[in-house]
Design a protein around this ligand. Structure first.
Ligand code: FES
Length: 310
């Protein structure tokens, strides 16, 4: 879906928002809060970005991109090579982080640029939210905080807590998560934040805790090594190189397997692990499941070989 960049706005020190419209100004396909687009950046990489505008808007999509100078160049090219009037190839919106209906309450926890899907959710509530909600927005400093003016609006004072770690230390989320209730928690941000929230919500019903990550394929760690994955049903064995997921490798060899987020947060690619020790990198599995289950979109092997039930 080629969309035209109709506006580019700096919304924080290293965060820029891009407004995308149909070149002929017609309506865009609808989306729901929490959705993302896949875009082909000017440098050629495919990247997922959450839509941060109100889903009721049909004339535009808005994404926000944090420039990552230590990344692989996708966000830098969005910042330096994309200009108003340019055409940006995008997918239709997909949602691996949907809001549940009829929640008793919503607790949003956003770290840094993880505010984008949450912003769309809050904007979708308008003046009549379906349930009480609270946002904990954790960032490094006011300068690095996207959409700060909007979220500091006095009308949101009772709903929004903004915490800057520079000079104040880390925010303690425990009081907000200590007492489980039938509300739902939505968390998007750096892996460390999501892991803390997962650890602090072990006593909640797991269906009430939702995560969104943009670390597609799980990213690369310095000590990653290639390993072999054997598919028990077909007997095929493939090498999984560094920088590629099990899911990507088996797809390249024509094996289909269901997936959605492809970043270890939704649970769609859950697969039974028959042999080997997994290096789990997802946000879905609980300790008691880790010996027998694996999320093949992000997790790897601790040793040379895994056997999975595919
Ligand atoms: Fe979502 Fe793997 S596709 S956890």
């Amino acid at each position: 879906m080629p969309l035209r960049v109709s506006a580019i706005i700096d919304v924080a020190g290293s965060v820029r928002s891009f407004e995308l419209v149909q070149p002929d100004a017609s309506e865009l396909p609808p989306f729901t809060a929490g959705s993302h687009l896949k875009v082909q950046t000017p440098s050629g990489q495919l990247r997922k970005y959450s839509l941060c505008n109100d889903p009721a808007e049909r004339h535009r999509y808005v994404i926000a991109v944090k420039r990552d100078d230590a990344g692989q160049g996708g966000s830098i090219s969005m910042h330096t090579q994309l200009h108003e009037g340019d055409i940006l190839p995008t997918s239709v919106p997909e949602n691996a982080f949907p809001l549940v209906d009829n929640a008793r309450s919503y607790t949003f926890i956003a770290g840094g640029i993880g505010i984008t899907p949450v912003l769309s959710m809050i904007r979708s509530f308008g003046e009549l939210p379906p349930a009480p909600w609270k946002l904990y927005y954790l960032t490094r400093s006011p300068e690095s905080t996207a959409f700060l003016a909007e979220l500091k609006d006095p009308t949101l004072k009772r709903n929004v807590v903004i915490h800057h770690s520079e000079g104040n230390g880390e925010f303690d989320l425990w009081p907000a998560l200590e007492k489980p209730d039938s509300g739902h928690v939505y968390c998007c941000g750096p892996k460390g934040l999501m892991e803390s929230v997962r650890d602090m919500t072990g006593h909640w019903s797991r269906k009430n805790i939702h995560f969104e990550s943009f670390n597609e394929g799980g990213g690369v760690k310095p000590d990653d090594k290639p390993f072999t994955v054997k598919l028990a049903k077909s007997g095929h064995e493939f090498e999984v190189p560094v920088g590629k997921s099990i899911l990507a490798v088996i797809r390249e060899h024509g094996c289909n397997s269901a997936s959605s987020c492809e970043s270890g947060t939704c649970g769609t690619c859950r697969t039974t692990l028959l042999e080997g020790e997994a290096d789990h990198r997802d946000m879905v599995l609980y300790p008691e499941e880790m010996e027998t289950q694996i999320m093949i979109c992000v997790s790897r092997a601790k040793k040379e070989r895994l056997v999975i039930d595919l």
